[in-house]
Write a protein that binds this ligand. Structure first.
Ligand code: SF4
Ligand code: SF4
Length: 483
């Protein structure tokens, strides 16, 4: 089966200097150590610094800067956060202490747990007001280190990154629109390769932690950009190649290609559902900071006869992040199959899963745009808060050469109008890219019936985009800022 692979015309690993640094044995460490220092600072200031969110490095750096910068990096290059993730630093130590570890249970080798952890993480963020608590933010970072270490010590296949980590799940989904992807420079070299060190590792270097096999990599899903494969390959045959963003979601048109073969995202319910949850969660997360959510919460509270905020949030999140995408996605797949069942009956032979897994992932560009719009709003509205917070931190620790008092009025880098315009532009671009990907995913279905099969998805993505414009037009709660 022919699958899309980028042709390594531009290969980041061939860039003089940078390529060598990235492939160097300690290359990843160069990026991880600053992040480790930042994590240590977050824990220190989160636990011992002022417990007012806008004045603490933990809350400002995690909830204003980290999230905005992660998405910018994903759009401009790729999964740079996972590449420099400090939580994976104990991996080598865990392997040394505990050996390779046992296999992750087969029943859990999918994205269902990751989807649950992702939604639970977003729920915790709201239910515990993590954005307002430096101490809880610090404990979250500590919890991350412990969880990554324990799971790495107990199991092979980096289960924390691949099957659990909510941040990794977010990055894997969003990396579908990144312009770089791991690929083999030559498939022939891989065919002749005996050791397959990119996945098996060698005496000096670990192989791919998430057990991806380079010649078969056709997407950024599960790739942490760690580049262990490039370091392990004895034939220098691994490329970090440029590609069209979102190209992994649909193959180039080809004759008589069976529907299930048109996406690098395999025919799995779990990964297709992840794409839908990712997009709907982005909208729900933004909706949770607008006035109508309080009215909804009050209505639910009256129905339940109690004012349990955590329970009400769980109901809202369960409904909008899980039940709604499941119902609408399955409904669209069912309709898609019905509408495409005429003219030769080709579509009538396809199963519900084929329609669902073929088209649901095309929502990802729109989903990324929704998350970008939200995080960009917070970043552009509060990026400069880090200056008075760092100033205050230095003053508190006896570094007084910066002189006067911190300027707590610093915050926005753009006016409100410009932020709103960029948000609209991002949503429009994401929506059009999703439509283009939908059309590409339908390649080979040139009959009227085949085209009709697209209509439910077109309607769903349009409704989602309109809902996003409405949500971002509402006044949004400012978080982590003074005033
Ligand atoms: S080790 Fe290198 S040559 Fe061998 S299969 Fe992996 S990428 Fe291909
Ligand atoms: S394919 Fe595996 S080893 Fe290579 S960069 Fe991705 S996660 Fe790392």
């Amino acid at each position: 089966m022919a699958l899309y692979r980028p042709t390594p015309t531009f290969d980041l690993l061939r860039v003089p200097g940078l390529g060598r640094l990235l492939r160097w044995r300690w290359g990843r460490l160069v990026f991880q150590l600053p992040m480790l220092a930042l994590a240590a600072l977050i824990i220190y200031d989160g636990l011992s610094g002022p417990q007012l969110a806008p004045q603490n490095l933990a809350t400002v750096s995690v909830w204003i800067h980290y999230r905005g910068l992660v998405l910018l990096a994903l759009l401009l290059a790729g999964n740079l956060f996972c590449m420099s993730c400090p939580f994976t630093l104990p991996r080598t130590l865990a392997h040394r202490l505990a050996g390779r570890g046992r296999r992750w249970p087969k029943a859990l080798r999918n994205k269902w747990l990751a989807i649950g952890a992702f939604v639970a993480y977003l729920w915790l963020y709201e239910a515990l007001d993590l954005w307002a608590s430096p101490a809880l933010t610090a404990w979250l970072v500590i919890g991350y280190f412990v969880a990554a270490f324990v799971l790495e010590a107990l199991f092979a296949e980096s289960p924390f990154c691949k099957y659990i980590c909510p941040l990794g799940t977010f990055n894997f989904a969003a990396a579908a629109i990144s312009p770089l992807q791991i690929t083999a420079r030559s498939q022939d070299v891989c065919r002749a390769c005996v050791g397959k060190e990119c996945v098996n590792g060698s005496a000096q270097v670990l192989g791919c932690g998430t057990e991806l096999f380079v010649p078969r990599v056709v997407s950024n899903l599960d790739c942490t950009f760690c580049l262990d494969c490039a370091r392990a390959c004895p034939h220098d045959n691994v490329a970090l190649a440029a590609r069209w963003p979102a190209s992994e979601l649909a193959l180039r048109p080809g004759p008589a290609r069976p529907p299930a073969a048109v996406s690098a995202w395999s025919r799995r319910w779990d990964v297709a559902f992840l794409a839908l949850v990712f997009a709907f969660a982005g909208l729900t997360n933004a909706f949770g900071m607008t006035p109508p959510v309080y009215a909804l919460a009050a209505t639910l509270s009256r129905w339940l006869g109690r004012a349990d905020e955590a329970l009400i949030l769980a109901l809202i999140f369960g409904l909008f992040m899980l039940l709604l995408p499941a119902a609408l996605g399955l409904g669209a797949a069912w309709l898609s199959r019905r509408l495409g069942a005429g003219q030769g009956g080709r579509w009538s032979r396809h199963r519900l899963r084929d329609a669902f897994t073929r088209y649901a992932p095309t929502v990802l560009p729109l989903g990324v745009a929704i998350w970008f719009a939200h995080y960009w709003f917070h970043f552009a509205s509060g990026a400069l808060t880090v200056i008075p917070v760092a100033h205050s931190f230095l003053l508190d620790h006896g570094v007084t050469r910066f002189g006067s008092q911190p300027n707590w009025l610093l915050g926005p880098i753009l006016s409100d109008d410009l932020v709103f315009l960029t948000v609209l532009a991002a949503l429009a671009l994401g929506y059009l890219t999703s439509l283009h990907t939908l059309q590409r995913a339908a390649a080979g279905e040139a009959t009227p019936a085949g085209r009709r099969a697209l209509l439910p998805w077109l309607a769903l993505w349009t409704a989602l985009a309109v809902a996003a414009v409405i949500v971002f037009s509402l006044p949004m709660e400012m978080r982590g800022m003074i005033g």
